[in-house]
Design a protein around this ligand. Structure first.
Ligand code: SAH
Ligand code: TMP
Ligand code: ZN
Length: 409
C-alpha cells in the first residue's frame, strides 16, 4: 500500500488524499449461485497530481474486468438522459456536423443513446464500444459499431479506413480510461484540422462542493477540472477551447478540444478556471476536507439506518447504481439494513449487489408493498424517479438522501 503514485497524465507525483478501502467492482452484480468468496476486490483511493493537478485513482483495475460482454449499464434506461443526448445530437447537426459529408466517432457509445439520432439523420458515423452486450444493442438500432477499446491504434485504423473525423465525442467515458495519453494521441491523429473532441464527465468541483463521493469508483479513474484538462490537452498538441457546465449526473462539464491554435478559446474557459482557483480545487487541503465530509456522511447514514432498523421500520433502496457500491461498501450497508434494491435494468435483477450482497429486484417489488423508507442510490435521477413514484410518498413513504448531507424527504 502506497500513498504516492505516478500521474497517468503527466508522470508527476500523485499524493493520496482519501482511502475508501477494499472495494468490489461496482458493476459486478453477482448471479444466483455465485461463489461469494471469489469476488474481486481492489483498493479504492484518490490522489492529486502535484504537477498537473489531475485527480485520479491510486490503483487501476484491468479494463477487461470492467468492460465486457456482460457490462450491465444501459445508457438508455433514463428518459431524462435520452433527452439530454438528443438535444446535443440536434445541436451538433446544425453546427459541427453541418458541412459536406461529415464524419463523427463516438467513444463509449454504449447502447447508442446519443449516436442513434446522428445515424438516423444519415450522418457517417462510427461508435466504438468494447462492452459486447451493449454494443449489440446499439448495432440492433442500425448504428455502425466497432467492438473495441478506443486507444491510439484504434484511432489510427479508423482514420485510415474512414478518413478524418469532424467530431469525436465521448460521454461519461473519457474519465473511465487510465491510459488516457493513448486516447488523446489517437484523437489528435483522427481529428480533421478543424475538428473537435467533445467530452462530458463528472466535474470535480461539483463532487467536492456536494460531497458526492459516490462518483468515485473503479470505473471513474479521473476527475477532471478546466486546469487539469488544459494541461492534459497541451501534452498532445490539443487545446481546450470551450467548457459548458451540465446539470446531469450530479454536475458535469462538457469540454471541447481542438488542434492547438485552430480555434479561439471561448471566455467561458478562463471564467471557469478563475472559479476553480478561487475554490482552491487544485490543493490537497481542499481535498482532505472533502475526505472529512465523506466520513461525516458515512457516520450519519449508518446511524440513521441503524436507528430505523431498531425502530422496526422497513427500508429498501432505489437504483442499483455503480455509484452505490462505494456507499454500501464504505458504510457497511448490507441486507441487514436494506431489504432490497429495486432497479429497472434486467441484467441487474435477480442478482446481488457487489461486496454487500443486497438482492436486486424489479421496481414492481417496490410498488407491491411500499416500505417506510427508500434510500435513493440513483439520486442523480431524483426528479425523474420521485415524479414516477409519487404514489410512494402519497402512501406516507420517505426518501433517504445522503448528498450533500444525510436527510429524509
Ligand atoms: N456514453 C454513455 C455510456 C457511459 S458508460 C453514457 O454517457 O451513458 C461508459 C462506457 O464506456 C461503457 O459502455 C464502456 O464499455 C465504455 N468504454 C470503456 N472503456 C472504453 C474505451 N477505451 N473505448 C471506448 N469505450 C470504452
Ligand atoms: P446511473 O446513476 O449510473 O445513471 O444509474 C442509474 C441506475 O438506476 C440504473 O441501474 C438504472 C436505475 N434506474 C431505475 O431503476 N429507475 C429509473 O427510473 C432510473 C432513471 C434509473
Ligand atoms: Zn499530472
Amino acid at each position: 500500500m502506497s500513498n504516492q503514485s505516478l500521474c497517468r497524465v503527466c508522470g508527476g507525483t500523485v499524493r493520496e488524499f482519501f482511502d475508501f478501502g477494499r472495494q468490489p467492482l461496482s458493476d459486478a452484480f453477482l448471479p444466483p449461485g455465485a461463489d461469494l468468496g471469489e469476488e474481486f476486490f481492489y483498493r479504492l483511493a484518490t490522489g492529486l497530481c502535484e504537477s498537473c493537478t489531475m485527480v485520479q485513482l491510486m490503483e487501476e483495475v484491468p479494463r477487461e474486468r470492467m468492460f465486457h460482454q456482460e457490462y450491465p449499464y444501459h445508457s438508455s434506461g433514463s428518459a431524462h438522459m435520452r433527452g439530454h443526448f438528443e438535444e446535443l445530437a440536434k445541436r451538433l447537426l446544425t453546427t459541427e456536423l453541418a458541412g459536406d459529408d461529415p464524419f463523427v466517432v463516438e467513444v463509449g457509445c454504449n447502447d447508442g443513446v446519443m449516436i442513434k439520432a446522428l445515424a438516423e439523420a444519415g450522418v457517417r458515423h462510427l461508435g466504438v464500444e468494447p462492452s459486447g452486450g451493449v454494443a449489440d444493442l446499439a448495432a440492433a438500432k442500425g448504428i455502425r459499431v466497432r467492438k473495441s477499446f478506443f486507444e491510439e491504434s484504434t484511432a489510427k485504423e479508423i482514420r485510415a479506413a474512414d478518413g478524418p473525423a469532424d467530431v469525436v465525442y465521448a460521454a461519461n467515458t473519457l474519465c473511465h480510461i487510465p491510459y488516457i495519453g493513448s486516447v488523446l494521441s489517437g484523437v489528435a491523429a483522427l481529428l480533421a484540422p478543424t475538428g473537435v473532441f467533445v467530452f462530458e464527465d463528472p466535474y470535480l468541483s461539483d463532487i467536492v462542493e456536494q460531497t458526492s463521493f459516490d462518483q468515485i469508483y473503479d470505473e471513474h479513474f479521473f476527475f477532471f477540472t478546466v486546469r487539469s484538462v488544459q494541461a492534459m490537452a497541451a501534452g498532445h498538441g490539443l487545446e481546450l477551447v470551450d467548457v459548458e457546465r451540465l446539470p446531469v449526473h450530479g454536475g458535469e462539464v462538457r469540454y471541447t478540444l481542438a488542434h492547438a491554435g485552430a480555434r479561439r478559446p471561448s471566455p467561458a474557459v478562463a471564467e471557469l478556471l478563475a472559479e476553480e482557483d478561487a475554490r482552491r480545487l487544485g490543493e490537497l487541503d481542499t481535498l482532505r476536507r472533502f475526505g472529512e465530509n465523506v466520513l461525516r456522511i458515512r457516520d450519519d447514514l449508518t446511524a440513521l439506518l441503524r436507528r430505523l432498523r431498531a425502530e422496526g421500520k422497513r427500508v429498501v433502496a432505489y437504483g442499483a447504481t455503480a455509484k452505490s457500491a462505494t456507499v454500501t461498501n464504505l458504510c457497511g450497508i448490507g441486507p441487514d439494513l436494506v431489504e432490497f434494491v429495486c432497479d429497472t435494468t434486467p441484467a441487474k435483477q435477480g442478482r446481488l449487489t457487489p461486496g454487500t450482497h443486497i438482492p436486486v429486484v424489479p421496481p414492481e417489488e417496490f410498488s407491491r408493498s411500499y416500505p417506510d423508507y427508500a434510500l435513493l442510490f440513483a439520486w442523480n435521477h431524483a426528479a425523474e424517479i420521485m415524479a414516477k413514484e409519487q404514489a410512494f410518498t402519497d402512501s406516507g413513504g420517505q426518501w433517504i438522501l445522503y448528498v450533500p448531507s444525510v436527510r429524509t424527504v
